[in-house]
Design a protein around this ligand. Structure first.
Ligand SMILES: *[C@@H]1O[C@H](CO)[C@@H](O)[C@H](O)[C@H]1NC(C)=O
Ligand SMILES: *[C@@H]1O[C@H](CO)[C@@H](O)[C@H](O)[C@H]1NC(C)=O
Ligand SMILES: *[C@@H]1O[C@H](CO)[C@@H](O)[C@H](O)[C@H]1NC(C)=O
Ligand SMILES: *[C@@H]1O[C@H](CO)[C@@H](O)[C@H](O)[C@H]1NC(C)=O
Ligand SMILES: *[C@@H]1O[C@H](CO)[C@@H](O)[C@H](O)[C@H]1NC(C)=O
Ligand SMILES: *[C@@H]1O[C@H](CO)[C@@H](O)[C@H](O)[C@H]1NC(C)=O
Ligand SMILES: *[C@@H]1O[C@H](CO)[C@@H](O)[C@H](O)[C@H]1NC(C)=O
Ligand SMILES: *[C@@H]1O[C@H](CO)[C@@H](O)[C@H](O)[C@H]1NC(C)=O
Ligand SMILES: *[C@@H]1O[C@H](CO)[C@@H](O)[C@H](O)[C@H]1NC(C)=O
Length: 396
């Protein structure tokens, strides 16, 4: 054969090789089963998951860690740490289950993602916290530190899609010091009487978008804590649970919360609908709220601002408070199960300012008497129909 023909063939083979490896190389796939995970729901697969994570996180190419469908993986506290070499996807098609016993060591999260940028978690899998023994232990005042199910800390550009979270010992998902987060189509379930099993908690974070979620738990469906800016919760369903809450704020920290939107959501049988709560004597601010297009069904207190938050009911009177301002409540319909559908209870020393209500129609379920509203030290305006009628404290 002529040397030029040989050269041509070699070049052709090289081109084919490059094409093939780049097609594969688009998404490197690491299945946890190839890292000796058992997936029998009995033996701890934490080491296998960590080994798979090391491979995924260390890959220069975009990589996927696959948790395959049809299996259940027992995991006993795993921390997945970044930074990673490139964007990472955790494809959770199978299920993860927590051990069904109380851990003696101080509890961290069941699963933690720490310092991982450009992370996507997607799939139809379920993470089950087996919380019942922990709730019981907590109720008997024996367990103060319970593990959070899924904690994200210092993750920028995070996407969480479709997964199911259930029966966490404590809160289900926490976002701490994260930014550019979207949580879409996630469902979270725990019994209505399970203690402190909040759905999604956002703190010290910026730019969080929660959409198409269904959250049914024993505490807040979503809670927004201090040092948090720009959170949207939209097209989601809440209940049972305590509603979508901002706070409690100002217990020890100087509160900083702004630009919070809750829109197009339904609340069914919850304790509150939308709520801003702060402790007496707190410092700082909470401002820029939009609560719009909400449907309340038998919600105890659909609209609440409470600057006297005191869950144990034994708080001394204190001067000062977190300054709450610019809160708009627009297009909120449905029923309350308590007489008092609207409660705007603001501090004598730091009044609530720029409150706006428009197109509100809340009725007291199964009662011919109309719902009522209690307003204390709140200033603002109404437009259009507002039922129950409210009377702002506009003269200082
Ligand atoms: C959020 O934004 C503020 C400035 O607006 C910044 O100081 C803070 O570091 C940001 N937090 C995160 C978690 O990105
Ligand atoms: C997620 O999307 C699917 C398909 O649109 C839908 O059937 C399911 O109800 C959604 N889940 C939630 C929690 O909304
Ligand atoms: C608020 O956050 C969303 C993402 O969650 C982002 O698209 C939007 O630009 C942010 N808005 C501002 C004013 O920063
Ligand atoms: C919410 O769900 C709808 C219907 O499935 C979908 O079109 C939309 O993109 C989802 N929203 C987000 C932010 O992903
Ligand atoms: C409001 O929510 C309903 C489902 O509850 C959805 O079909 C609709 O697209 C949402 N509208 C907007 C503007 O997001
Ligand atoms: C509000 O929710 C109730 C009960 O879930 C439902 O019957 C009603 O159609 C909803 N209203 C709107 C405006 O979505
Ligand atoms: C209101 O009446 C409906 C229909 O009879 C019933 O299902 C519901 O439990 C009642 N709600 C309350 C809070 O009494
Ligand atoms: C509203 O209803 C509650 C509970 O029935 C009652 O204690 C309160 O006095 C009422 N407030 C007004 C302004 O009627
Ligand atoms: C308020 O809602 C009730 C119950 O849905 C309805 O009967 C009533 O007509 C509404 N009132 C106004 C002013 O829209």
């Amino acid at each position: 054969m002529e040397t030029s023909a040989v050269r041509h063939i070699i070049i052709l083979l090289l081109v084919l090789l490059v094409l093939r490896s780049s097609a594969l190389g688009q998404n490197q796939i690491y299945n946890v089963l190839n890292f000796h995970a058992h997936g029998d729901g009995k033996r701890d697969d934490a080491q296998a998951f960590l080994a798979a994570w090391q491979a995924v996180c260390g890959d220069q190419r975009t990589a996927i860690m696959v948790v395959p469908a049809g299996r259940t993986f027992l995991l006993n506290q795993v921390s997945f740490q970044g930074p990673c070499k490139s964007p990472v996807t955790v494809q959770l098609d199978g299920n993860v289950v927590a051990p069904n016993h109380i851990w003696t060591r101080k509890s961290a999260n069941l699963l933690t993602f720490l310092g991982v940028d450009d992370l996507t978690m997607d799939g139809n899998g379920e993470i089950d916290g087996q919380g019942a023994i922990w709730w019981d232990c907590y109720n008997r005042k024996r367990c103060d530190n319970r593990p959070i199910l899924l904690g994200f800390a210092r993750c920028n550009n995070l996407k969480v899609r479709r997964i199911h979270l259930k029966n966490s010992a404590d809160k289900h998902m926490t976002l701490f010091q994260c930014s550019q987060v979207s949580v879409d189509n996630v469902s979270i379930t725990a019994p209505a009487d399970s203690p402190n099993t909040d759905g999604i908690t956002v703190a010290f974070s910026n730019n969080t978008y929660i959409s198409n979620c269904s959250i049914q738990t024993g505490d807040d469906c979503v809670s927004v804590l201090s040092f948090t800016k720009n959170v949207t919760v939209t097209t989601s369903r809440c209940g049972p649970g305590h509603g979508i809450s901002v706070g409690s704020l100002g217990r020890s920290e100087t509160a900083m919360v702004e630009q919070i939107t809750v829109s197009n959501c339904s609340f069914v049988g919850t304790m509150t609908g939308v709520r801003i709560k702060s402790w007496q004597g707190g410092k700082g601010y909470a401002k820029g709220f939009l609560f719009e297009s909400l449907n309340m069904t038998e919600v105890q207190y659909p609209i609440v601002i409470d600057q006297f938050y005191c869950p144990q009911g034994n708080c001394p009177r204190k001067h000062g408070g977190v300054a709450i301002s610019d809160a708009k409540f627009i297009d909120i319909q449905g029923t309350s199960s308590e007489h008092e559908a609207i409660r705007l209870l603001c501090s004598q020393s730091v009044h609530c300012k720029d409150i706006y209500l428009s197109n509100i129609n809340l009725s007291w379920v199964n009662h011919t008497a109309p719902a009522n509203a209690t307003i204390l030290n709140a200033h603002g305006t109404t437009e259009g129909i507002v039922l129950p009628r409210i009377q702002f404290s506009n003269t200082l």
